[in-house]
Write a protein that binds this ligand. Structure first.
Ligand code: NOJ
Length: 738
């Protein structure tokens, strides 16, 4: 519809109808299933609110969307279609690895293609807006939601944020694009002590420098919506935070799309203690220019009284309503209120072989080989007795918590993939993922995520069989991990090791004398110190999604030379959290040239400061050597650049992919600077014994930060440049910025 017509339409709307556009309700009010997370409550709204409501949460399914839309439009005076929004995070029916795994690909171009597939599948089934990507910076492995994000680094996460939005929105190709809503703006990943929904508090400098960039990258990539986070920012919850929403997001960044709250977040302003009641809470949110109230009656019941009492201007409602109508119009809903969804088309589209192939390709790149002692991997397809043990070995639900719609029929489990390679496979689950799941709670209407827990004889038989298999095998693959509900929303843990029954089983299996290859399924960086001795090899598989088993076998047998590199630091133990490679300099660094007594430097008595498996780390079957790091000049001015060149040599007989990483350290600043910051990376293919020259350009922009005067600028001085295969294994040189 032309914009003038849309204006005419809005001119006909009553205040109540306009407020209706600002209200999002979930499926239950439309008599459909509701997959949302959050406090379920009796909403206390009238039928009129339902009839005027502008959007629906987590209702998907082509037939259902047609039905709900038809019924709604029949009752609607001005025939303004409902907008259907869902959590389609890293896969619809075809599930890709969890975003923490996608981060490990270091391949945003690949992920852009994945997100196009996700959009195409979702749109055929009624998706119009997806609450994705989530790009909170994650540095605390205790936080359950680590799995939803591409990692700990602002630069790498920004590259993914951009690619994900571009993939979803796909240049608005008809039937193949979905509106993207970046979340959780802002800073949610920094919840204190990793505890879900907890306080976030940090300096504005750090917030802008490290936490805001990925959201900004999503906004710059054109994402249509932004979701507020549950947490505080400078002691004001994001949802009522005018500085964050209006000053930064809208005015500084120029975002004129739709801001939606997270689930019930306006009402939660009362819980936070910044509003006395829903009336005050609604006032804070609308003044912060928050457009849509997800799933409470705050806006529906309180905006009109706020206007009548002269506490807010009606302009705020008009502006929000206009932004929402513009989005509906952009999606073409006035012409096609179903956004092209069609059950038959969905059936034909979802889980097509080429989509599963793409999931396989991505998953190959997402798997990270953490340990491979004595080259126990790759395994041999013949002449080696290989057993399979573990609760994740034949589990089709290897999707992680936020792939609600994944079609398990298509999952390639490890067992299935192994049988494809070896014919028959000796297998036992060996133990439960977790013996007691009572702390996990439920998740929406999907209790099956909690899994089946075996007890008594059945459990004992599984273990006995596992040990028998181990005795008769040269090597066993142990598919172990966290319970799916141990990570994800509400999944904070203070013990971030593998569940006890699994650790015990690994120990017993190792004691039989076999070689042990542990394959991990988990949604956070785990502390793996406990199993290091017993595992000859460890492959981090995250929750790998539909093609997971196939990719795992590709890597285990060397059909794919592992190339994944961690985008998050794996600690020695939970006491190191939060942990990230780009630590700030301290006055008492723990370095050999320190002038202090070794006790009185920054360190722990019991573990190193660094990660057990650092950011950027991952093994491959080839061996790469980095040499000849050369700059074309060691002096840079504000308008010149420096060319960095490095030789990467494959010193093995195996072809492979290296992720060449460029880091910079600003040695002296007007404020304290990080000891290392990722500034670039390139994935290069290396043939056996080949040397490839890799180059980067350093620009002045890369050296900017929020200086003492809070200006985003660079400062003259000395810098170190580092290149290497991970954040702890680097060669370096230096230059000066004039
Ligand atoms: C709460 C979660 O924080 C958010 O990520 C999600 O999009 C909403 N619920 C809607 O389900």
């Amino acid at each position: 519809m032309q914009e003038a017509k849309l204006r005419e339409l809005m001119d006909q709307m009553t205040l109540q109808e306009k407020i209706g556009q600002l209200v999002q309700l979930s499926g239950d009010v439309f008599n459909t299933g509701d997959l949302s997370t959050g406090p379920q409550e009796k909403l206390g709204i009238t039928q009129e609110v339902v009839d005027n409501c502008g959007s629906v949460l987590n209702v998907i399914g082509a037939d259902t969307v047609h039905k709900v839309q038809d019924q709604y439009l029949q009752r609607s005076r001005l025939k303004i279609p409902l907008l259907f929004m869902s959590d389609i995070i890293y896969g619809y029916k075809t599930v890709f690895p969890i975003p923490m795994g996608l981060g490990a690909t270091w391949n945003p171009d690949l992920i852009r293609e994945d997100y196009k597939i996700i959009a195409e599948e979702a749109v055929t089934d009624g998706g119009m807006v997806t609450f994705s990507p989530a790009v909170d910076i994650v540095r605390d492995a205790r936080w359950g939601r680590c799995l939803e994000m591409p990692g700990e680094d602002p630069y790498l996460s920004s590259c993914f944020a951009k690619a994900m939005v571009e993939g979803f929105q796909n240049n608005w190709e008809k039937g193949k694009s979905i509106a993207s809503c970046v979340k959780h703006y802002a800073g949610y990943g920094a919840v204190e002590a990793g505890r879900e929904y907890n306080t976030v508090d940090m300096s504005e400098r750090r917030f802008r420098q490290e936490y805001l960039p990925p959201y900004k990258a999503a906004v710059d990539a054109g994402c249509e919506m932004v979701m507020t986070s549950f947490n505080t920012v400078d002691m004001m919850p994001a949802t009522g935070n005018k500085w964050l929403m209006d000053d930064v997001l809208r005015k500084e960044w120029g975002f004129d799309g739709v801001i939606i709250t997270d689930y019930a977040a306006i009402q939660e302003l009362i819980g936070h203690g910044v509003a006395k009641d829903k009336y005050e809470a609604s006032k804070l949110a609308i003044q912060a220019t928050v457009d849509i109230d997800m799933k409470t009656n705050c806006y529906s019941n309180h905006l009109q009284p706020l206007i009548e009492n002269g506490e807010i201007s009606e302009d705020l409602i008009n502006e929000s309503c206009w932004r929402i109508l513009k989005l509906k119009n952009k999606l073409g809903l006035f012409e096609d209120p179903y956004f092209g969804c069609d059950a038959k088309l969905c059936e034909q589209t979802c889980c097509k072989p080429e989509f599963i192939e793409q999931a396989n390709k991505t998953c190959n790149e997402a798997l990270v080989l953490l340990k491979n002692d004595n080259d126990v991997l790759p395994l041999k397809k013949t002449g080696q007795k290989i057993g399979l043990i573990g609760p994740y070995a034949d589990n089709p639900g290897i999707f992680g918590m936020w792939a609600l719609h994944g079609d398990r029929k298509y999952t390639i489990t490890v067992k299935k993939a192994l049988e494809d390679v070896l014919g028959t496979v000796e297998y036992s689950a060996g133990c439960n993922v977790l013996d007691d799941t009572s702390c996990l709670g439920g998740f929406g209407n999907i209790p099956s995520l909690a899994g089946v827990i075996k007890t008594g004889d059945e459990l004992a038989e599984d273990e006995a069989k596992a040990l028998e298999i181990a005795k008769n095998s040269d090597v066993v693959i142990m598919a172990m991990g966290e319970h799916i509900l141990q990570s994800g929303e509400g999944g904070a843990r203070t013990d971030i090791t593998l569940p006890e029954p699994q650790k015990q089983l690994i120990r017993k299996v190792k004691a039989t004398g076999t070689e042990v290859v542990v394959v991990l399924f988990n949604g956070r960086p785990l502390a793996l110190t406990d199993i290091l001795e017993d595992a000859d090899a460890i492959l981090e598989a995250w929750y790998p999604g539909t093609a997971g088993g196939k990719s795992i076998c590709n890597v285990l047998f060397g059909d794919y030379n592992p190339s994944g590199r961690l985008s998050v630091s794996f600690p020695h133990n939970v006491g190191q959290c939060p942990l990230y490679y780009s630590q700030y300099s301290t006055g008492r660094p723990s370095s050999p040239d320190s002038v202090h007594n070794t006790r009185f430097v920054t360190h722990y008595l019991d573990v190193p400061n660094e990660a057990l498996f650092p950011f950027g780390y991952g093994l491959s079957y080839h061996k790469a050597r980095y040499s000849n790091l050369v700059l074309d000049t060691d002096k840079m001015s504000k308008d010149s650049t420096i060319h960095v060149s490095v030789d990467v040599t494959n010193e093995s007989d195996v072809a492979g992919i290296e992720t060449v990483q460029l880091y910079i350290r600003d040695l002296v600043g007007s404020v304290v600077r990080p000891i290392l910051e990722l500034k670039g990376f390139k994935k290069v293919q290396l043939q056996p014994h080949e040397t490839v020259n890799v180059s980067f350009e350093i620009t002045e922009e890369m050296l900017r930060f929020y200086t003492r005067s809070m200006k985003y600028e660079s400062e003259p001085g000395d810098f170190k440049v580092f290149v290497g295969c991970n954040s702890m294994n680097l060669i370096s040189t230096s230059f000066t910025l004039k």
